[in-house]
Design a protein around this ligand. Structure first.
Ligand SMILES: Nc1ncnc2c1ncn2[C@@H]1O[C@H](COP(=O)(O)OP(=O)(O)O)[C@@H](O)[C@H]1O
Ligand SMILES: [Mg+2]
Length: 338
């Protein structure tokens, strides 16, 4: 099976205002296959590099080092046409759908714009059919949607319309960056299950970016846990959430009442006790060392590698350095595809 996305040692740094630099994404390596059971969560606190990772995957940021490949092709070597294809086939859904609408146009406009921008229909009736089909797929009724202005729709309807807009483009991947953090709890489940059904029915891969481990566990097959730009642990959600191995993931999970996954929404932001920061000491090694209750001396000075303790899991922590290593060139399939 082909890998639709491959990230090989990708780092992205930004200049910090007032000098210095911030490493937003730090040496991230992973692969994603195309098709069913490819709902991958990217989970981490705010500032951990999730959105930067998404923009790298969509070719909207260039990596400072490392390579991003889409369907085997290095994004940095793509022609204009290949870039255009990439932009159609990887569709984003953002946190705040309101920003995507022009308040002076009826909401039909966003759908029509997508069709004309990507040249998806040869005639007006064909365009109408595409619009009807996509609204139907996300459970929006035509009479409740078409001809309305953005302010006449509920937040949930606007967000579902964004999913419909993405679908019109017949994407291979949907990149959903915190798609439900602005809608209320009752709508979250509907929107998330519509993303899940797109994956199950059409094999559209979904990258679900979130700071909420509970929904990640509920809808995704695989997960990346990010901490300060690094992927500290990755693999199947069963392995990572049920049996976490990295001290950071273990801290996160210990604060979630797991048997109760449907009962509480856990934000990564408030799940780790800040008093756990043991020292203000700068680390040149593992980024988590200052908060890690198990840090060894070498954790402060040396970056751990990526170790593979199980079939469907990688961990970046010295506690597992007796396990096989993900080498500098091979991109093993860490995720589980059922
Ligand atoms: N365009 C940018 N310019 C400068 N710094 C940035 C830029 N984008 C992100 N950053 C910084 O990179 C880090 C990761 O940000 P981001 O990817 O947005 O994290 P997240 O989505 O997990 O909240 C943060 O410290 C943020 O301030
Ligand atoms: Mg973000």
């Amino acid at each position: 099976m082909t890998h639709i996305l491959e990230l090989n040692h990708v780092t992205k740094t930004f200049k910090r205002r007032g000098g210095g630099q911030v490493i937003a994404v730090d040496n991230v390596t992973f692969t994603l296959r195309q098709g069913q059971s490819t709902m991958v969560a990217v989970a981490g606190e705010s500032g951990s590099g999730k959105s930067t990772l998404a923009l790298l995957l969509m070719g909207q940021h260039e990596p400072t080092s490392g390579t991003v490949r889409y369907l085997g092709k290095d994004l940095a070597a793509m022609t204009k046409e290949e870039k255009a294809q990439l932009r159609r086939e990887i569709q984003p859904i953002f946190q705040d759908p309101y920003g995507a609408y022009n308040p002076f146009y009826r909401v039909d406009h966003v759908l029509q714009m997508a069709i004309s921008h990507y040249n998806l229909a040869q005639s007006e009736p064909e365009a109408d059919d595409l619009i009807k089909e996509s609204l139907d797929l996300v459970g929006l009724r035509l009479d409740e949607t078409l001809g309305r202005y953005p302010f006449e729709l509920s937040g949930g309807q606007r967000q579902r319309l964004m999913v419909a807009r993405a679908l019109i483009c017949k994407p291979k991947i949907i990149m959903a960056d915190e798609p439900v953090s602005m809608v209320d709890a009752s709508l979250r489940a509907t929107i998330l299950s519509s993303l899940q059904s797109l994956n199950r029915r059409f094999g559209i891969s979904v990258v679900y970016i979130t700071h909420d481990l509970t929904t990640a566990y509920q809808i995704c097959d695989n997960i990346l846990i990010m901490y300060s730009g690094s992927v500290v642990e990755a693999g199947s959600v069963e392995q990572v959430i049920r049996h976490p191995k990295h001290p950071y993931t273990q801290l996160l999970i210990s604060s979630i009442p797991l048997p109760d996954t449907t009962q509480r929404w856990v934000n990564l932001e408030d799940s780790v006790d800040p008093t756990l920061i043991l020292s203000e000491r700068e680390t040149t090694g593992c980024r988590f060392a200052p908060r890690c209750p198990r840090a060894l001396e070498k954790c402060w000075s040396t970056m751990p590698g990526i170790y593979l303790p199980d079939d469907h899991r990688s961990v970046s922590c010295f506690f597992y350095d007796d396990q096989p290593t993900l080498g500098s060139t091979d991109l093993a399939d860490v995720f589980e595809y059922r």
